[in-house]
Design a protein around this ligand. Structure first.
Ligand code: FAD
Ligand code: MLT
Ligand code: ZN
Length: 475
């Protein structure tokens, strides 16, 4: 097994044998997949830029089965790639070589829901959108939402510490996840699946696994705090004449909408071009250099619409906003959100996508996009900026007809150096996975990196869990 496509060498893990397959079949009767056609989809990532060559996919249903698989793989020195919905953006969810794919697809049961506290306990393979439906029927919402909701698993969300569209209101999974059950590399089941809001008994171990991208353990169950479902939701989709106005509209929104402001997303004119051309979505407002999506969520429709009208009147009369539309019914709300949520889908139809996910000081966030547009000139098909402006998170994406090494050389390390100069983060919410593991040092000091490597060695001494991911290759 040689790997030509990536500058990485296969580590000396064992190769899956016929005896191994028989052992897996004993642990998971009917849950061992070796059909190359089925494996094809699990070997390639959502962006179709990273591909592995795994020959086996395992589909456990219980934590005990995961434990038995990992105990066996640890003993046999077999590498394992945990996989949820395979919507990750950094190549962490697919094997690099022949790692065994351990999928949570069949671990899709809700374990309990407390309708007083709003605590949901479920298996890791529950699809986010299905969980949303489940809790919404009971008067609650999931504290996170993202464009990949129809496919991503809650375990994958926790493993990537996904941010998404509700971060501004409900914060990070580091706050909303109350407990986790995790199977460690040697098969030990770590039951930290509590539902307590407060628990200061020793180190908060679950936090280690939130955002660990399958490198420290396999998350098998999640306990998560769901907030009450807001009774009134409004979405305003607005056109702004410049980025300065996008920022001022945000400040004004925070001041005038206060506690009901629940999302503040932005996209530039090139993003609008992409979604209207590739996905045939219709723009609801006049053409503008920038667009913002402002969502309010509250408990009294009258109170919220009064606040929103005041905010919009002032934004329009002062010229911060040049055109806008407001939706309150489900169908129109969804249509407005689609313009923003489906940008990544439109980009992947445009060509090869160079994807950057950066945390930057909000006031400088768009400078990098303008700067790159000038730097790259006609080499790039599109240079676009969009993202979770309310969280200081820019999605900077560049497309070209086909992959171009010279374009990449103009982008990297330039983008990372630019970000490091602002003391920003080279991965705000997507993680490092396979594609970005080499750039961690732009955002973390050597002491932090060393401690991360020590933690990895402690929890996974043989390095069988998601090798070649997250941490840079060690010398
Ligand atoms: P996968 O892609 O299968 O895996 C992701 C990583 O987690 C891999 O390293 C994998 O090994 C690991 N992993 C998966 N399951 C487990 C488990 N049970 N235990 C341990 N490790 C595991 N991200 C954001 O943060 N915000 C967004 O707004 C956002 N929007 C998106 C929109 C679209 C259209 C798409 C395609 C992706 C988007 N993402 C976003 C990327 C995001 O990381 C994923 O969508 C999601 O969190 C990953 O979940 P998944 O189940 O697909 O995990
Ligand atoms: C988003 O916010 O749309 C996602 O993080 C996906 C992406 O950046 O393409
Ligand atoms: Zn995002």
């Amino acid at each position: 097994l040689t790997q030509q496509r990536y500058p990485v060498t296969r580590l000396p893990f064992s190769v899956v044998s016929a005896e191994d397959l028989a052992a897996f079949e004993r642990i998971l009767p009917g849950g061992v997949v070796t059909d190359p056609e089925v494996l094809e989809a699990s070997n390639v990532d959502w962006l179709r830029t990273v591909r592995g060559c795994s020959k086996v996919l395992l589909r456990p249903r219980t934590s005990q089965e995961v434990a038995r698989i990992l105990r066996y793989c640890h003993e046999r020195n077999l590498a394992v790639n945990p996989q949820g919905g395979n919507t990750g953006m950094v190549g962490g969810s697919v094997p690099v070589f022949d790692e065994i794919i351990l999928s949570t697809t069949l671990m899709n049961q809700v374990i309990s829901f407390n309708s007083v506290s709003g605590t949901l306990v479920c298996q890791a393979g529950c699809v986010l959108e299905e969980l949303s439906r489940y809790v919404e029927e009971r008067g609650f919402v999931m504290p996170l939402d993202l464009g990949a909701k129809g496919s991503c698993h809650i375990g994958g969300n926790v493993a990537t510490n996904a941010g998404g569209l509700r971060f501004l209101r409900y914060g990070s999974l580091h706050g909303t996840v109350l407990g986790l059950e995790v199977v460690l590399a040697d098969g030990t089941v770590l039951d930290c699946l509590t539902s307590l809001r407060k628990d200061n008994t020793g180190y908060d171990l679950k936090q280690l696994f939130i955002g660990s991208e399958g490198t420290l353990g396999v998350i098998t169950a999640v306990s998560i705090q769901c907030p009450p479902k807001p009774r009134a939701v409004n979405v305003a989709f607005l056109g702004c004449p410049g980025f300065a106005e996008v920022l001022q509209t945000f400040s004004s929104g925070k001041e005038l909408l206060g506690e009901i402001l629940s999302a503040y997303e932005f996209m530039d004119a090139e993003c609008m071009w992409l979604v209207t051309h590739h996905l045939r979505l219709a723009s609801p407002v006049q053409e503008s250099p920038f667009y913002v999506l402002v969502e309010t969520s509250g408990s009294r429709a009258g109170h919220d619409s009064e606040k929103l009208s005041d905010f919009l009147e002032r934004a329009l009369s002062s010229g911060l906003v040049t055109d806008g539309t407001v939706a309150t019914d489900q169908t129109r709300l969804k249509a407005l959100w689609a313009l923003r949520e489906r940008i990544s889908e439109a980009l992947s139809r445009d060509g090869y996508v160079y994807k950057y996910d950066l945390s930057l000081p909000t006031e400088r966030l768009y400078d990098l996009v303008s700067d790159l547009r000038a730097r790259l000139g006609s080499q790039a098909k599109h240079v676009v900026g969009y993202g979770h402006l309310g969280d200081g998170n820019l999605h900077l994406n560049v497309t070209s007809e086909v992959f171009s090494p010279s374009l990449l050389a103009d982008l990297e390390p330039y983008v990372y150096e630019w970000t490091a100069r602002q003391r920003g983060s080279v991965s705000a919410e997507h993680g490092l996975g396979f594609k970005k593991r080499g750039v961690l040092s732009y955002s973390k000091p050597p002491e932090a990196l060393r401690l991360m490597q020590q933690l990895k060695a402690l929890l996974d001494p043989k390095g069988i869990l998601n090798p070649y991911k997250t941490l840079p290759a060690q010398a």
